[in-house]
Write a protein that binds this ligand. Structure first.
Ligand code: ADP
Ligand code: MG
Length: 447
């Protein structure tokens, strides 16, 4: 069995839904995981925030989401005779979920607060809509698609916004369900969301549908997990910004994880975890060019050029703590990292000297309290608006570094770190230099 995951762009409109149906038809008994339709999750979260002070604007967003979904199913089903019943079922589903959404928006307004718990319920509506509607439409198009509610399958902890799933629960549940579903049926499940032990809806983090697909794949011991998107695999750099980037045929699980973690948006960073545990290959493929090979992520890695790919993250912060004379060595480092752990701050890059440590932290993290506490260990310098550029899969990093630095002489490097064992080289430069540096390095290494 193969798990086929279709992202927001694949779920964009009735035309792409038809493409997706054609792709599914070429598989024997697949398991389908879908994201919300394009831009829906962002709109839902925007509505939830707006609801606090601008309830009417929030309601308009809710109506707009309903209209978009009604349009998709109407356009899709217009090509099929005898689809009135399906269309009614779809309209009904959209109505129920729009009502639910509006109730949540009203609650947010009345409470004058958007809790993480409520944000997850609202955010999950995108996948709750798309998965059911797509299953209905697939059935009308001649596929035996059956909707599966992810709350019944993906059990998580209660860490709203970034919940951790229980692989054992998913495995037990999905295998018992699989036995009930006849072999002709094609399960369609919404990615990204699940439920905790108290029956609260949770989400796995932004773009978490890739992760859901991988969890299901591992639970079912799938032959492969296929992530279908709008590009033909993982490229040497984001093809949207570096047009001469090329797809990479083969990556190891570790290389793909590093790439995803350091900003390659094409894959959620946790996707490789369940798959690599069971050694299930993950493919990244293009719905617009289904015959192109795409990228295969597996235990194997091929030797190619000096670097596999370049990726980057903008708007990061570099915090440098210089030890006061009273705290030295391991005690100093342990103390600093304890504070980061306490504040759940995700660390991207680290360099240390005897008396100081510099840490690159990604955007969105609330640093103020942590910085205050860090002052207890010495003086603290903060450098905002930084971009972390990562070269993943380096085969000869030290040699490479000399080569690259000569190419970008005029750009000040605010931090450099290299891990020989991981084949990872990180450069930190000012935000406004990131794209120029990325393009220069890419053309040097890949042209
Ligand atoms: P989906 O909606 O299918 O989940 P995403 O938008 O999450 O799609 O991911 C696909 C996008 O990821 C591409 O359109 C591309 O711009 C971006 N991307 C960023 N880095 C890379 C990379 N290294 N290789 C391929 N795509 C990348
Ligand atoms: Mg995605």
């Amino acid at each position: 069995m193969r798990i086929l995951k279709f992202g927001g762009t694949s779920m964009g409109d009735a035309q792409t839904w038809k493409r997706v149906i054609e792709i599914i038809k070429t598989y024997d008994a697949p398991f389908v995981v879908v994201s919300a339709t394009a831009r829906t999750t962002r709109s839902l979260i925007k509505a939830a925030h707006k609801a606090i002070d601008h309830p009417q604007k929030a309601q308009i967003i809710a109506d707009d989401i309903a209209t978009r979904h009604n349009n998709i199913v109407e356009h899709f089903l217009a090509d099929y005779d005898d689809s009135t019943q399906t269309l009614n079922a779809c309209h009904n589903w959209i109505d129920i979920h729009t009502e639910e959404l509006k109730e949540h928006l009203a609650t947010i307004h009345n409470q004058q607060e958007l809790t993480e718990q409520l944000k997850d319920v609202v955010a999950s509506i995108g996948e709750r809509l798309s998965s059911y509607l797509f299953a209905e439409c697939g059935y009308a198009a001649g596929l035996y698609t059956t909707w599966l509610d992810a709350t019944q399958i993906v059990r998580t902890d209660s860490n709203f916004g970034k919940a951790s799933p229980s692989s054992e629960f998913i495995s037990d549940k999905i295998n018992s369900l699989q036995q009930k579903i006849s072999t002709d049926n094609i399960p369609v499940m919404g990615g990204y969301y699940g439920m905790d032990d108290n029956e609260n809806i949770t989400t796995l983090g932004f773009e978490g549908s890739d992760y859901s697909a991988s969890l299901v794949g591992a639970a079912l011991d799938a032959e492969a997990i296929e992530i279908w998107t709008d590009v033909s695999g993982i490229y040497t750099c984001d093809p949207r910004f570096v047009p001469d980037a090329k797809p990479i045929p083969q990556l190891s699980f570790q290389e793909a994880t590093e790439l995803a973690y350091f900003g390659a948006k094409v894959l959620h960073p946790s996707t490789t975890k369940p798959a690599s545990k069971k050694q299930i290959p993950v493919w990244v493929k293009n719905i617009f060019e289904p015959h192109e090979p795409g990228t295969c992520i597996s235990t194997e890695s091929t030797n190619g050029g000096p670097v596999k790919a370049i990726t980057y993250k903008e708007n990061c912060t570099i915090v440098t703590v210089t030890s006061s004379q009273t705290v030295m060595g391991y005690e100093f480092l342990a103390g600093v990292f304890d504070i980061l752990r306490w504040h759940h701050l995700p660390v991207d890059v680290v360099t240390t000297t005897e008396a100081s440590v510099s840490i690159g932290i990604e955007n969105g993290a609330n640093l103020d309290d942590a910085i205050e506490q860090l002052r207890g260990y010495g003086s603290v310098d903060v450098l905002n608006n930084q971009g972390i550029i990562s070269l993943v899969g380096c085969s000869n990093g030290t040699f490479l570094l000399t080569d690259i630095l000569s190419e970008i002489k005029s750009v000040p490097q605010n931090l450099i770190s290299y891990s020989e064992s991981k084949g990872n080289l990180n450069l930190v430069v000012d935000n406004n230099q990131v794209l120029t540096v990325v393009k220069t390095i890419h053309s040097k290494l890949f042209s």
